[in-house]
Design a protein around this ligand. Sequence first.
Ligand code: COI
Length: 357
Amino acid sequence: MDIKILPLPAEKMKQKIADETKLSFGKQFTDRMLLVEWKTDRGWFDARIQPYAPFVLDPSAMVFHYAQEIFEGLKAYKWADGRVALFRPEMNARRFNQSGERLCMPAVPEDLFLGGLQQLLSLEKDWVPSAPETSLYIRPAMIAVEPVLGVNPSNHYYFFIILSPVGAYYAAGFNPVSILVEDHYVRAVPGGTGEAKTGGNYASSLKAALEAKKKGYDQVLWLDGREQRFIEEVGSMNMFFAYGNKIVTAALNGSILSGITRDSILTLALSLGYEVEERPIEIHDLMTDIRSGKVTEAFGSGTAAVVTPVGKLCFKDEVVQLSGGKVGKLTQELYDTLTGIQTGKRKDEFGWVKFVE
Ligand code: COI
């Protein structure tokens, strides 16, 4: 599909942040965005790269009422030689369509998703920051815009991509976070939408996150929605626990997000000589193993969160420390290896990196 490039008037051009080390997460956006529409009787049409601008939507647009929405998250990195690299973008294109299938939304052809992203990035390359721990966060999304209040799949969608120069997701940067195991609210149930990257999953997580913050925790760790016995995910990251040389993470069970960073960590850990295990993780067993010192480190993984060390975990008023509240050796090694590949400092043995042309 041809993508029209609309002019960017000088008055729509934004000021870039002068000090990249001050970048926070997702508060500033670049000059341009990609927008493509889909209608039941037309399929995909009107692909355009246009100045970043608000949407004018009917108040009855379905997304406002029934949350028919999906999104993705990936990053572009500025390499020392000036090239701009993407990390496994085809995985995001694939997962986007899996989420869309669950939400009854039309599939975005992979060449439109990836080709549109390439064209947008080649115009917005100058926005990719190069300071350590910075990148250009890429947010593809799709929303239902048909102005109808009946509960049905929409007949009209916007697929769009916006870009945001970012620093670390957690304000503390690469430092241990504290996590509260949530034993009241649940995020997802078998057969629900937990595996899809859809806004509703995040909206329903806000209350628990807020209550955890009030108690001094950065995030909540969700338990399964049926028995509240097994560990699921943190919401912005999948969780890993190190048992010496073995790394354990919750098995994908349909209600956990199938993280691309999660998958990369499992592959990297194996290649570095660690054992990996994907299995149900029972919370009481985990607490026993942390108390006895069998669990030596814990960390989360995600596009935004990268590899985030966990220094403290609280379950039902029992607080336990991990790696003495410091960044563990294995966590550091995986962080260095992953970010090394993403930023061109380490060899990409797995063919994960794709350059912006
Ligand atoms: C990502 O890591 O890209 C995500 O989508 C998590 C988001 C909630 C910041």
